[in-house]
Structures are given as C-alpha cells and as structure tokens.
Unconditional design. Structure first.
Length: 511
C-alpha cells in the first residue's frame, strides 16, 4: 500500500536511513491535495479574499478598540454593555458583514480566481486551436500565443464581472427630459470608471515589462560590444527615481489644485502628512484662479486675516492689496522667518511622525525571527523610510520657499504681476519637482516598488474618475491586453516582472 506521502497527503512520515536511524520527512504544501490545474485558481481566490477582507478587519478592530477606550474613560462602558445585550453586538454584526461581503461573486476575490484560473485553464484549448496555424510557427511561439490569448479572454471576462456590480458613486438617478409631464419619470444612469485604478495598475506594469525587456536586450548587446556608456548606466540607475519623482510631483500638484481627482483616502493621508493650514492651500488656489490678485482689492483679506490673528501676526500680512506677496513666514506657520530652519523643522516633525508608523510595523516583522540582527534591520529600515518621508515633505516646502523668496524673485521679478505668477503656480510646481527626489534615500529595491506604486495613481489624476458607460469597452481592452502581457511574461521570465508583484504572481501561477 502506498505511503501517505506517495498518496499526496500532507501528513509527516518517517523513513529509515541505511544505518537504521529515523529521519523526519518534511510536510508537503497545503495545496498538495488540490489538482495541479486548480491550484492557481484556489490560491488566487484565497489571496484575493485575504487582501479584500484583512484591511477592513484591521480597521474595524482599531475603531472598536478606540471606542471602547473612550467609553471606558467616560464611564459609559457598563451602559454600553447593557445596550449590547438588548440590541446585539455591533462589532459582531460588522464582522459578519465584512466576512460575508468578501464572498460576493462580483467582488475582488472572485475576480482574482476568474482571472488566474481562466488564464491557466483556457491555455490548453487555445493551444489546440493554434495547432492549425502554419507549420512555420515554432512550438514556443504557439505556446506563447495560446497563453496570451487565454490571459486576454480571462482578463476581459473577469473585469467585466467586477464592472457589473453597481456602486452608488457611479450611479445617478435623474428625471427623463422627454417625459410628459416633465419631472415625473426618472431613469438611472450608470457611469464607468470604478475599475480604472486596477486598469492603470495593469497598464503601467505592462509598460514596465515591455520597456524593461527592450532595455535589457539593448544593454546586453552594447555590453557585449563594449559600447555601454556611463550615460546609459546612469539612465538605468535613475529611471525608477525619475518615475517616482514625476509621479509624486503630479500627485502633489493635483492635491493642491484638483483634489477631487484623488481618492478621498489619498487626500486625507497627504493632508495628515503635510500638516498645513487649509487657508494657505485655499490662498494658493485663489491666486491661480485669479480670485486673489496682488495689489488689488478683491475682498480676499479675510481669508488669511484670520490666520494672522491665530498666529499673532500683523493683520496686514494677509491682505493681498497691501502685502505683495504675503510673507513667507506665513508658510512656515510659526517656525520663524528662516526658510532653511522651517525646512529642517519640517523634516524633524515628519521623521518622528513616520517613525511612529514604520517602527512598530518593522518590529512586528522582526518578531518572526527575533534576534539582534533582525532588530537592527528593523531600526535601519524604519529610519531610512522615515528619512525619505521627512525629506519628501521638507523638500516640498523648501521648494515653495525657493520660488517665493530665495530664487524666484531674482528670475521672474518682484512686481505684483511677477509675484502673482510665482504664487499662482511656480512655487507649488517647484515644490512638486523637488519633493520626489527624496526617493534616493531609499534602497534600490524599494525605489522600484514605490515607483510602480505611484505611477498608476499619477496617471489616474489625469483622467476623469467617471466616464460614459458606453466607453467602458476601451478600458476593458487596455486591461485585458496589459494583463495578458504581464501574465505571459511571468510564465516565461518571472524576474522581468519586477518587485513584489512578480514574486506573488510567480507563486500563484505555479502549478
């Protein structure tokens, strides 16, 4: 009779060595009992479920603990316990709603299973169909084409499944214009765009795969010929930092002038990290739109006048008809007139704020294998990431100051029109250009992951969050084509899909 290991079970067994000693045979993988053709589908579903549910569970837990602590401090804990006995525990209801919500067939876990499972299960039928092509086509090319078409079809159908679920943010109810009498009959209008972030993520990854492969071939040829130059080597090193700097600069510009184009969570997080008085942001916005004009009375003195009162500054500082421009000390928000000291103080505050987030997370990761080296790595990683974020914020503010006070007036001029031009976009643009280069403080591995993380979000700021439903097929084509490129590349050259995504896809798609 076959042993448990030979039967494919995960049970440990002992085997005898020639000397008669016993050795322990390691356990098999958790999915060894699943047929190989179905393993990618199951892995994808479980991974999608975990990624969809875990953040919501953590948020629920933190909210519950916060409310419990507040109620305990206020002496309301006993009364809340009595209320729970009468009406039921809201925590358990929310927990049940989150766990069941992930099982909805039109949500992310099913999308992942359909995408990965479809791409693997459809490959064989497409291979049979492609056997009818001319014999001049090599077997490798046939296999590549069959994999690409299978991924394309699976990506198309899975995204359509995700798009089929209605969302309140992409649905509007309004009267039918031709109804008689007017205003009596209503219709529901659906908009596309709910899956735009996912599509842009796939698109940027596909572009990275294609350009990376082309550049790798060029480098190999030129290095073999001894013609690889220092400029080309610098381009290789600086491409990821440049992508991050450009993308993050575009996101910061959007946050200042077009915040509605960013997700609400993005706006909230950037606002917390920037720690800026919203009246300053509004003043810069009004400078750009022409509502606030230096040297003219346009009724805008009250905007920054209240800020002057809060910080005990002369009220005339906030009057654009009198103060041309408003002093840079107002941008410093109480740290004094020096732009350099303000940048240093921003770095210090942001560093401490980031360490409070990064250090606990890295220490938790170090607990997997607790030792002195793991603790040292956790401290170094937290410090480096915190220095990056601190430098990001400090460079943004110092870029604003450079344009407003240090360099800008010497180039653009000091008359009211020049000052209007500086505060109407040049100062913010300078800060946006400089801030992203703080990525050079991170290690090379983190640079590529962060560059590929922010690039699709920067692209999303250039596109409308909602668009007509009948144009959705264009997005579906882009997603399906991009995903087919990435999945085909993972099957043939796993290392070409850079960063964490390549490792995850490699582990999921392996039979």
């Amino acid at each position: 009779m076959a042993s448990p290991a030979a039967a494919g079970t995960a049970a440990p067994v002992f085997a005898s060595r020639p000397s008669g000693a016993l050795r322990f045979r390691p356990r098999g993988r958790w999915d060894d009992s699943i047929p190989p053709t179905l393993r990618p589908l199951v892995r994808a579903y479980l991974l999608g479920y975990a990624s969809a549910v875990t953040p919501r569970l953590l948020t629920l837990l933190l909210q519950h603990l916060t409310r419990w602590e507040q109620a305990k401090k206020q002496g309301k804990h006993d009364s809340e316990q009595q209320q729970k006995q009468q009406t039921g525990d809201p925590f358990s209801k929310a927990l049940e709603r989150i766990l069941h919500g992930g099982l909805d067939p039109r949500r992310f876990p099913t999308f992942c299973a359909a995408l990965v499972g479809g791409s693997t299960l459809l490959e064989a039928p497409f291979m049979v169909a492609l056997d009818k092509l001319p014999a001049s086509l090599s077997d490798a090319a046939r296999k590549r084409l069959s994999r690409w078409f299978a991924c394309f079809v699976a990506a198309w159908l899975s995204l359509r499944l995700l798009q089929s679920k209605q969302s309140p943010g992409f649905t509007e109810n309004g009267p039918i214009p031709s109804a008689e009498p007017p205003g009596v009959a209503y219709q529901t209008t659906r908009y596309a765009g709910r899956t735009l972030d996912l599509t842009l993520f796939a698109f940027t990854r596909a572009v990275d795969v294609v350009t990376g492969e082309l550049w790798s071939r060029r480098r190999a040829k030129r290095q073999a010929a001894g013609r690889w130059t220092a400029l080309e080597a610098a381009v290789s090193r600086l491409t990821d930092p440049a992508i991050f700097a450009l993308s993050s600069g575009l996101i910061m510009w959007t946050w200042i002038y077009l915040p509605s184009r960013l997700p609400r969570s993005y706006n909230k997080w950037i606002g917390s990290a920037a720690a800026v008085d919203p009246r300053l942001i509004e003043a810069l916005q009004r400078c750009r739109t022409g509502e606030l004009i230096y040297g003219q009375e346009t009724g805008q003195a009250s905007l920054l006048g209240g800020m002057c009162d809060d910080y005990n500054w002369p009220r005339s500082w906030g009057d654009p008809a009198v103060s041309v421009p408003f002093p840079c000390e107002m941008v410093h928000m109480g740290t004094g007139p020096s732009c350099e000291l303000h940048a240093l103080s921003r770095f210090g505050r942001s560093f401490r704020w980031a360490m409070a987030t990064y250090l606990p997370l890295n220490l938790l990761l170090a607990l997997r294998n607790p030792n002195r080296a793991a603790l040292r790595r956790a401290l170094i990683s937290s410090s480096r990431s915190s220095a990056f974020l601190g430098a990001f914020i400090a460079l943004f503010y110092y870029g604003v100051c450079l344009a407003r006070t240090r360099v800008g007036p010497r180039i653009v001029g000091t008359d009211p029109k020049a000052r209007q031009c500086i505060d109407g976009g040049i100062c913010v643009g300078t800060g946006c250009f400089l801030c992203g280069w703080s990525i050079l403080l991170e290690n090379a591995g983190r640079r590529k992951d962060m560059a590929l993380f922010v690039a699709p979000r920067a692209l999303a700021s250039l596109l409308p969050r909602r668009y007509p439903w009948d144009k959705q097929w264009r997005e579906t084509v882009v997603f399906a084509s991009s995903t087919a490129i990435v999945f085909t590349c993972v099957a043939e050259n796993k290392s070409r899909v850079r960063g964490v995504l390549g490792k995850v896809l490699g582990s999921v798609l392996t039979p």
